[in-house]
Design a protein around this ligand. Structure first.
Ligand code: GLN
Length: 200
């Protein structure tokens, strides 16, 4: 069975864990750099990206996560997790001087809270490239992908903005696929982990 980590500092990590386990993966909750050993993939969940970034400082996770990617690990960021993976973050709060640290493992510019505030959380159906039937997607204070680099493929859009993107073994979704019953994107990610899906 594939071994997959879920970054478990804050946010919706339990839902990812349960979905992955229901698909037969062995799941590790990642809090320390040593937790990454032996994993083929890592999910960065939704939550609050500035809080997660602060905890990643505290646990010294930035370089180990970049090393994990460099040594062949697959990564998937959902919502706040996608913000952490992006190359550039727009809309960081003023107390961060409008700048926010990110891993830069995906050639993507992400604008935080692009669809409005908490009250504007919504569910919709997305046409996802490569999936047959529409995918049910929950957006919660979601980012939009405003700049997509050359090597990055857009797999779904909503209201004119990219919301699902892939670059090689790195996947980013602006929405929360772990909060609906549809397991297809988790299955796609396990394919990336097992290198069963060709790199773009
Ligand atoms: N708005 C949050 C952030 O910018 C993300 C929200 C989410 O993960 N559901 O970190």
């Amino acid at each position: 069975a594939p071994r997959v980590g879920v970054l478990a500092l804050q946010g919706a990590f339990r839902e990812h864990r349960h979905r992955l386990e229901s698909l037969g993966a062995r799941v590790t909750e990642v809090r320390l750099p040593t937790d990454l050993a032996g994993l083929g993939g890592l999910i960065l969940p939704g939550g609050e990206s500035t809080t997660m970034a602060r905890l990643m400082d505290e646990y010294d996770l930035w370089d180990p996560m970049r090393d994990f990617h460099a040594s062949g690990g697959a990564l998937w960021g959902t919502c706040a997790g996608a913000i952490l993976l992006a190359r550039e973050v727009e809309g960081a709060p003023p107390q961060f001087g409008g700048r926010q640290r990110s891993l830069g493992l995906l050639d993507l510019t992400v604008r935080r809270n692009a669809f409005g505030r908490q009250v504007d959380s919504f569910q919709t159906s997305l046409d996802v490239r490569g999936l047959g039937a529409p995918f049910p997607a929950v957006f919660i204070r979601a980012p939009a992908f405003t700049g997509v680099g050359e090597g990055t493929a857009v797999l779904a859009t909503h209201a004119g903005a990219a919301v699902l993107a892939r670059q090689g073994r790195v996947l980013a979704s602006a929405f929360h696929p772990e909060l609906t019953g549809d397991a297809r994107l988790h299955r796609l990610f396990l394919g990336l982990v097992q290198e069963a899906v060709p790199a773009l």
